[in-house]
Design a protein around this ligand. Structure first.
Ligand code: CA
Ligand code: CA
Length: 364
């Protein structure tokens, strides 16, 4: 089996040795799906109880195509439009990013309005789904969000990230938990960010160190929960990787920094939990890479727990390789789906918003 060492492992001063950072040909990404222009920034993914796959696309690359959520039938492999995403009444735009099914069978999603308006226009929305799987209508469940991005459920609790707080002198975002009971009658509302510490839904702040050239203030991005309920999240702007430990009473400890080394991990985008290995799997948007965090080795520190499944150079994605991977999803037990956002920001490997819009698949 061929192995190739990733050059970024060989950065002097890093605590990581080369063996911790190897990509394996067995994990070479292949093309899973390719879309036309109407799906030009594939992003959030989720599976329903039947195994049908859902994909959001806010279509930030070409806004002539409105934000949309697609569905792929598990029996036929056919993709179709599940629903157009709901337009915001003021911005007249839709930005569906992270998506997740709730225990009620409805599809919840992050409506990111930050690129249209930074004044708390983002929301968590839900698509009410009929018994036969058809979408009925879309309604807000959480409002007053700045940059809604990643979303997960555990039981009746909805967790999500708000990526940019826009507080003076700080590059910070945060993690929230909203119990479903809080939006039974009407949408829950977050407090303004200068009062986040007093917000009953606020779990903790996620900091980013602003890197030269990238100059990206985006903080909390992907999040997911391990089997024991511990929450993991990371910063888009610099790769800071955090854990919020779940206490026995169901409350959460403040975020603990597990990894902060942009020389090996400089961009945490979407993440997911891989139960079979007790790993967190992370999309590294900056480096066209898939990383992992082995929870079983967490106590030994980042040099033991952190690793790389795959990394490739700047490509269009037409051959299945990664083109700014933004979201990951464990699929059919032993595969990983990777959505390729392909919307360049400064100093990422991806240099071109090309016209190839793809999902990759990796054998785990
Ligand atoms: Ca592409
Ligand atoms: Ca590209």
């Amino acid at each position: 089996m061929m192995k190739r060492t990733i050059c970024t492992a060989l950065v002097l001063g890093s605590v990581f040795c080369g063996s911790a950072l190897q990509a394996d040909e067995a994990h070479r990404p292949r093309l899973f799906a390719q879309f036309g222009e109407m799906v030009n920034t594939p992003d959030g993914m989720a599976l329903d109880a039947k195994g049908d796959l859902y994909l959001s696309s806010p279509n930030f690359q070409d806004k002539n195509f409105p934000g949309v959520i697609l569905r792929r039938c598990s029996k036929t492999g056919t993709w179709s439009v599940f629903t157009p995403a709901l337009l915001h009444p003021e911005t007249r735009a839709a930005g569906p990013m992270g998506i997740a099914f709730g225990p009620d069978g409805n599809l919840y999603y992050c409506d990111n309005q930050y690129f249209n308006n930074r004044n708390y226009k983002s929301r968590i929305l839900r698509v009410l789904v009929a018994d036969d799987g058809a979408p009925l209508r879309i309604e807000p469940v959480v409002e007053n969000v700045k940059f809604a991005n990643g979303i997960r459920f555990r039981g009746n609790d909805l967790f999500f990230t708000d990526t940019c707080f826009d507080l003076p002198g700080r590059a910070v975002g945060g993690v929230y938990r909203v119990p479903m009971s809080a939006f039974r009658e009407r949408p829950a509302r977050l407090l303004p960010k200068d009062r986040a510490e007093k917000d009953p839904f606020f779990l903790g702040a996620i900091e980013t160190q602003v890197l030269k050239k990238r100059n990206d203030l985006a903080a909390a991005d992907g999040l997911c929960l391990a089997a024991n309920g511990d929450l993991y999240t990371g910063s888009f702007g610099c790769g800071n990787f955090y854990k919020l430990a779940r206490r026995p009473d169901g409350t959460y400890e403040k975020p603990k920094l597990l990894l902060s080394d942009p020389s090996v991990f400089s961009c945490c985008d979407g993440i997911c939990y891989y139960e079979k290995k007790n790993w967190i799997i992370m999309a590294d948007s900056a480096k066209n890479a898939i990383r992992y965090w082995d929870i079983g080795k967490e106590r030994q520190g980042a040099a033991a727990a952190f690793g790389t499944l795959w990394e490739n150079d700047d490509v269009t994605g037409e051959d299945g390789l990664l083109d700014q991977p933004c979201e990951v999803l464990v699929f059919e037990g032993n595969k990983l789906l990777v959505a390729n956002f392909d919307l360049k920001f400064p100093d990422l490997k991806n240099t071109s918003n090309d016209r190839v819009h793809t999902i990759s698949v990796i054998d785990l």
